[in-house]
Design a protein around this ligand. Structure first.
Ligand code: PLP
Length: 443
C-alpha cells in the first residue's frame, strides 16, 4: 500500500490492483494480466493508453518550455492557441476560458467568477447556486459542496453554509418515480418542485444552476424527454444561468461534441476537464460568455486585479496535450466514431441485459452507460449496501474487465472513445460473465 493516502478509498480494504502499462483500450497489472479499461480510467482516457502523438506533443513542449505561468502580464503560445481552438468549438457566445488543473478546481473557479460577476454588476444578492440530488461536481470545498453524494459531504462538515447551495430533485425516472407516474408526469412534478423552491428562495438571490447533461458518478442518469426543455424555460423565466458541467460528457462521450448538444441544452457556462487532454496531462477549463467577461473587465478597471489563479493555470505542457488531443478528435472524426460505436454498445447492452434477472434498467447514450443491478426485477428494489455493484465489479475484474460501480449498484461503462465494435463485443462478453457470476454469488 506504501505511505499513500489513497483518494476515494476505504482505507481498511487491503486488495489493490497495481497497473503497470497500457495499450489501446487495454491495461495490464504487475502479474501481466490483461484488462479492458471499461471506464477509461476515471471517465477520461478517451484516446486509450498508447497515443504516442499526444505523448510526443507533451514531450516537445516540455523540451521547449516546461513551465510558464499566465499571471499578470505573462502568456505563451499554447495557451492562446488552445483558447482560440476551443472558442470555435463551444456553444457559448463569444466564449472566454479560465484554465485550471481538474474538474473540481474548474467548478470552484466558476463559483468564484459568478460571485465576482454579480458583485461587479451590482447584484451581490444573486449568489445562490442550485445543484441536483445525486450530482457529482468534484471534491474541493466549493465543488464538493455542489456534489450531492453522501460520502463526499458527510464527515467533512459540507456543504459549507456560506456557499448558499440549493438542491433540486435528481432527474432519474427509474428510481424517482412515484406510484404509476408516467415519465411526463415525473418531469412535470420535479420541475414544479424546482419552481416552488425558486419562488420560495426568491429568484433574485439565485445565480445559476449546475447540471451534468448526462450524469456520471451518480449512476449515468439520462434525464427523460422534455426535462431539459422545461428546465431551461424555467431557469430563463427566472433569470438563472445554466451551468453545464461537461467534465465527463464533453468531447464526444455522448456521441456528439458535447453533452449539451446531445441533450438540447444551451449553456451559459461550461466546465471541461478529463477528455480535454485525454487525461494525458491534467487540465481543466471554465468557460464563460463574452458578456460576463466584459463585466469582469470593467470590474478590474475599478478594483484592480482579478484575484484568482493557479500556478498551473494554462500550463504549457497541459495546453500542448489538449491541443493535440483536439486535433486528433477532429482529424480522426472521433466524435462520429463514438456516435456509431456508442449506438452499437447501447443496442448490445439492451439486447444482452434487458432480461437479465439481476438488471433492473439499462441506460445511457453514446459511449456512456450503466446497468442498474437490483434485488427484485419487478419492483426495482435495490441491493442493500451496494453489494450488487461491488460483486459485479469484482467478478468483471476477474474476467479481465475494469468497471466501476457508482451510486451503489449502477455498473458503469465509459470505455475509451477509440473502442471498436469488436472490442465492445469482447467487453460485453466479459461483462456477461461477471454479472452472471455476481448473480449466482448474491443468491
Ligand atoms: N464534474 C464531474 C461531472 C465529474 O465527473 C468530476 C470527476 O469525476 C468532476 C467534476 C471533478 O473532476 P476532478 O476529479 O478532475 O476534480
Amino acid at each position: 500500500m506504501a505511505s499513500v493516502i489513497y483518494p476515494t478509498t476505504n482505507f481498511t480494504a487491503t486488495e489493490q490492483l497495481c497497473i503497470t502499462h497500457g495499450e489501446g483500450i487495454y491495461v495490464y497489472d504487475d502479474t501481466g494480466k490483461e484488462y479492458i479499461e471499461g471506464l477509461a480510467g476515471l471517465w477520461c482516457t478517451s484516446l486509450g493508453y498508447s497515443n504516442t502523438e499526444v505523448v510526443e506533443a507533451i514531450t516537445e513542449q516540455l523540451n521547449r518550455l516546461p513551465f510558464q505561468h499566465t499571471f499578470g502580464g505573462k502568456t505563451h503560445a499554447p495557451v492562446m492557441q488552445l483558447a482560440e481552438k476551443l472558442k470555435a468549438m463551444v456553444p457559448v457566445e463569444d466564449a472566454y476560458f479560465f484554465f485550471g488543473n481538474s474538474g473540481s478546481d474548474a467548478n470552484d473557479s466558476h463559483y468564484k467568477m459568478l460571485r465576482y460577476y454579480f458583485n461587479a454588476i451590482g447584484k451581490p444578492q444573486k449568489r445562490k447556486i442550485i445543484t441536483r440530488e445525486r450530482g457529482y461536481h468534484g471534491v474541493t470545498v466549493a465543488a464538493g459542496s455542489l456534489t450531492s453524494l453522501p460520502a463526499n459531504l458527510a464527515h467533512f462538515d459540507a456543504p459549507l453554509e456560506a456557499l448558499s447551495i440549493l438542491r433540486a430533485d435528481a432527474p432519474h425516472y427509474y428510481t424517482g418515480r412515484q406510484g404509476n407516474e408516467t415519465e411526463a408526469q415525473f418531469v412535470e412534478r420535479i420541475l414544479q418542485n424546482l419552481e416552488d423552491q425558486i419562488l420560495a428562495e426568491d429568484p433574485e438571490t439565485i445565480a445559476a444552476m449546475i447540471v451534468e447533461p448526462i450524469t456520471g458518478a451518480s449512476g449515468v442518469i439520462v434525464p427523460p424527454e422534455g426535462y431539459y426543455e422545461g428546465l431551461q424555460a424555467l431557469l430563463r423565466k427566472h433569470d438563472i444561468l445554466i451551468w453545464a458541467d461537461e467534465v465527463i460528457c464533453g468531447f464526444g462521450r455522448t456521441g456528439a461534441d458535447f453533452g449539451c448538444t446531445t441533450m438540447g441544452i444551451k449553456p451559459d457556462l461550461m466546465t471541461f476537464a478529463k477528455q480535454l487532454s485525454s487525461a494525458y496531462f491534467p487540465i481543466s477549463a471554465s468557460v464563460i460568455p463574452g458578456w460576463m467577461y466584459k463585466a469582469m473587465v470593467d470590474q478590474t478597471n475599478e478594483v484592480g486585479v482579478f484575484g484568482h489563479g493557479y500556478t498551473y493555470s494554462g500550463h504549457p505542457a497541459a495546453c500542448a496535450a489538449a491541443l493535440k488531443t483536439l486535433e486528433i478528435y477532429e482529424r480522426d472524426k472521433i466524435f462520429d466514431h463514438a456516435a456509431e460505436v456508442g449506438a452499437y454498445m447501447q443496442a448490445q447492452l439492451r439486447e444482452i441485459f434487458t432480461d437479465h434477472p439481476l438488471v433492473g434498467e439499462v441506460r445511457g447514450k453514446g459511449l456512456i452507460a450503466a446497468l442498474e443491478l437490483v434485488s427484485n426485477k419487478t419492483t426495482g428494489a435495490t441491493i442493500a449496501g451496494g453489494k450488487g455493484g461491488a460483486a459485479a465489479v469484482k467478478a468483471c475484474q476477474d474476467a479481465g474487465l475494469i468497471l466501476r460501480a457508482v451510486a451503489g449498484n449502477a455498473l458503469a461503462f465509459c470505455p475509451p472513445l477509440i473502442i471498436t465494435k469488436a472490442e465492445v463485443d469482447e467487453m460485453l462478453k466479459r461483462t456477461k460473465a461477471g454479472v452472471d457470476t455476481a448473480y449466482e454469488a448474491l443468491k
